[in-house]
Design a protein around this ligand. Structure first.
Ligand code: AMP
Length: 220
């Protein structure tokens, strides 16, 4: 089985939910650059201060910032047996950077050890999904007020914390994030296909059905 999994798809396509499940099942870390950057913003680090302006505008944070955040994370020992990348790489430039980092730190190779899973979904329904998304700041569980609501409105089923709406999950920023996705990230589909590591998953299905299909792809 492959060691590195790259989840590719537009914002709100359900990558985060499925990544968490897969990380639990394989006991490898779920590495999500969006969360790592938000943590830097919360901790008021230098990287966080640079990242904030880009995130608020729905744009990609500069390569040097993301590269530094991801390299530090991949160097940790819990990545020695594999890892799942969610939200990185997000451009062809970042894919080349990932290849470089993997070889520098000696943790796997993109062509031989990685599988990219493309979450195929119609963009039209995604803005609605994003603006109805809520997440738990404590345990990270993701809800959707329409398709996957918490049992008690606004509170996490698992740890009872008050749920939050991400600042960039408003309609205006969500639309800008889609534009950025189309321009910068969508070309990765062709890139991964060309190097023979791409699999596709229909992502407009219930969470449990996507999970079954994902397991078939991963364990086939
Ligand atoms: P996400 O949580 O994946 O939706 O990411 C939220 C925001 O963080 C994005 O809109 C970008 O501004 C920034 N971001 C996350 N991952 C990356 C990345 N790999 N490269 C550049 N910016 C990123």
């Amino acid at each position: 089985m492959k060691k590195v999994f790259i989840f590719l798809g537009p914002p709100g396509s359900g990558k985060g939910t499925q990544t968490s499940r897969l990380a639990d099942k394989l006991s490898i870390p779920h590495i999500d650059t969006g969360s790592l950057l938000r943590k830097n913003i919360q901790d008021e680090t230098t990287l966080g201060k640079i990242a904030k302006g880009y995130i608020d505008k729905g744009q990609l944070v500069p390569l040097e910032v993301v590269s530094s955040v991801i390299k530090d994370r991949l160097m940790k020992d819990d990545c020695n047996n594999g890892y799942i990348l969610d939200g990185f790489p997000r451009s062809i430039e970042q894919a080349h950077e990932l290849e470089k980092i993997m070889s520098e730190i000696g943790k796997f190779s993109l062509k031989n050890d990685a599988l990219a899973v493309y979450f195929d979904i119609d963009n039209e329904i995604l803005v609605q999904r994003l603006i109805n998304r809520r997440s738990c700041p404590k345990c990270g569980t993701i809800y959707n007020l329409i398709s996957n609501p918490p049992k008690i409105m606004d509170y996490c089923d698992i740890c009872d914390s008050k749920l939050q709406t991400r600042k960039d999950d408003n309609e205006e920023t969500a639309r800008l994030r889609f534009e950025t996705y189309e321009k910068e990230t969508a070309p990765l589909y062709g890139f991964f296909k060309e190097i023979g590591i791409l699999k596709e998953l229909k992502a407009d299905k219930p969470i449990s059905e996507i999970w079954e299909n994902l397991k078939n792809i991963i364990f086939e």
